[in-house]
Design a protein around this ligand. Structure first.
Ligand SMILES: [Cu+2]
Length: 192
């Protein structure tokens, strides 16, 4: 007596499958078309989405960057807040902000409606630049100098929160950006 055995390596004899139902074919076509749309969106969004940081990027070292920050502080310091220098750079200047455990250095005093190139880098580990209460988020990575073109569009006293867990004092890592109102607004409204 002979018995037939099947292994997963050979297909069973005859027509063992049913042709796909019309609805299934429609569903597969829709799913395939949608996959193609999503694949096309990846490169499209990269170039057209306007989500990439404006400005420049370059390599640096923690020592070289910190030296540049110190130079920036010496050049434009106008005061200090509990030992942290307050720096007021002129319009259009390159602004240097350093992140290190667990501080942002220095405190920036900027002017509303004026463009600056804001350089960000970390002296030790990864930190996250988060401007509170405005929704601005950026990774601050050691070894890289990110120069972002920024124009403050609101005046006020803002906080920089570190949004990348960086160690035991992470929750204390709060910086400050003071934005003075544009001169026209100041005289019209009599603010400051
Ligand atoms: Cu942190």
């Amino acid at each position: 007596m002979q018995t037939e055995t099947h292994t997963g390596l050979e297909s069973p004899r005859g027509t063992w499958w049913k042709p796909a139902h019309k609805h299934e074919k429609i569903w597969i076509s829709i799913a395939f078309a949608w996959c193609m749309v999503l694949i096309a969106m990846m490169p499209l969004w990269h170039w057209k989405g306007g989500q990439n940081p404006s400005g420049i990027r370059g390599r640096t070292t923690p020592a070289a960057y910190m030296e540049r920050v110190q130079e920036f502080i010496t050049q434009y310091q106008v005061g200090d807040d509990r030992g942290i220098p307050i720096v007021a750079p002129p319009p259009g200047a390159d602004v240097y902000l350093a992140a290190f455990s667990f501080q942002w250095m220095p405190i920036l005093k900027l002017q509303e409606g004026v463009e600056y190139t804001l350089h960000l880098s970390s002296i030790d580990v990864n930190h996250g630049f988060s401007l509170y209460p405005i929704n601005v988020n950026f990774q601050v990575v050691p070894g890289y100098d990110y120069g972002l073109r920024v124009t403050p569009n609101a005046s006020g006293d803002f906080r920089i929160i570190c949004n990348e867990f960086c160690g035991i004092g992470h929750h204390l890592m709060v910086g400050r950006v003071i934005v003075d109102p544009a001169p026209a607004t100041a005289s019209a409204g009599g603010v400051r």
